[in-house]
Design a protein around this ligand. Structure first.
Ligand code: ADP
Length: 281
């Protein structure tokens, strides 16, 4: 280590061995027939908070706005994207590469469930194989002219999401939380991971935020008081959306009808994505 090194990789400009080592590039290149202009990762602290739901709704929203959209389902042990879109067919594997499946409205998607013979088969692979599968979804799939790809990340900030971030050039992150969680800790961990990977955070989405009673129109905070604004403020991040608990959301998910779901909860998130540099149709 150089004697002038201040031991902070972000602020020190000394060229010591440690610094050079940190620049080892693990990134994977896309298939030479693929074109993906923008990649947005959707992360959460744990499973079941609605990360796949937010990923699917964002893809549908951007697709409705006229962007060619894709979803890479990196949640290999809990893949739920094909089911949310009612997809039963399997991806085609050709000599050239893997052809993603297209949803009814034309969203391209790849998920381990599109490769398994029976989508109820459990995926009981170890970490490195999980991470390699995601890498293959990036480099061996022929993504056709994609304006925006959403990655449904594995939950948490462990080994698999880290490898995914090192392998795939992600342009921005959206953090999904719910009021039941230790939001402050989860957001802080995600922010630290994003800083390590040098990926900008687009903002926070709070799911299952409240329930609007159809009888009296009042909002009830079923899972307790929300702390999202406070936590967002601590990290200078915007709260992009607050999605209610709504039976029409779970029904759309369970029946594979995400593309029929109406609701403007993610309109301002879509606006933020459109404002990102280089987002174009
Ligand atoms: P994750 O990807 O974080 O594991 P999912 O998006 O798969 O979570 O959501 C878990 C379950 O909760 C799904 O069955 C989904 O339909 C349901 N769900 C998620 N968000 C809502 C919501 N806002 N209202 C109703 N049901 C929801």
């Amino acid at each position: 280590m150089s004697e002038n090194c201040n031991q902070n990789r972000n602020s020190c400009s000394e060229e010591c061995a440690e610094r050079q080592e940190s620049r080892i590039d693990f990134s994977e290149t896309l298939h030479d027939k693929s074109c993906v202009k923008k990649v947005i990762g959707v992360v959460s602290g744990k499973g079941g908070v609605g990360k796949s739901l937010v990923t699917s709704m964002l893809a549908v929203t951007m697709n409705r706005l006229g962007y060619h959209t894709a979803i890479l389902d990196a949640d290999v042990t809990g893949p739920s994207i094909p089911k949310a879109f009612g997809i039963k067919e399997r991806a085609l594997i050709s000599e050239e590469g893997i052809i993603p499946v297209k949803s009814k409205t034309g969203i391209q998607m790849m998920s381990v469930n599109l490769l398994l013979e029976d989508d109820t088969d459990p995926v009981v692979w170890r970490g490195p194989i999980l991470a390699n599968t995601v890498k293959q979804f990036w480099k061996d799939v022929i993504w056709n002219n994609v304006d925006i790809m959403f990655i449904d990340m594995p939950p948490g900030t462990g080994d698999v999401p880290l490898t995914v971030f090192q392998s795939i050039a992600v342009d921005g992150l959206i953090i999904v939380t719910s009021p039941q969680e230790l939001v402050s800790m989860i957001v802080t961990k995600a922010v630290k991971m994003a800083e390590m990977m040098n990926i900008p955070i687009i903002g926070l989405v709070e799911n299952m935020s409240y329930f609007r009673c159809p009888d009296n129109g009042k909002d009830y905070q079923i899972f307790g008081e929300s702390h999202i604004e406070e936590v967002a403020g601590q990290h200078q991040l915007p709260v992009l959306a607050r999605i209610p608990i709504d039976p029409k959301i779970s029904t759309a998910c369970d029946r594979g009808m995400m593309e029929m779901l109406e609701g403007n909860w993610l309109d301002s998130t879509a606006g933020k994505i459109e404002e990102m540099e280089g987002t174009r149709k």
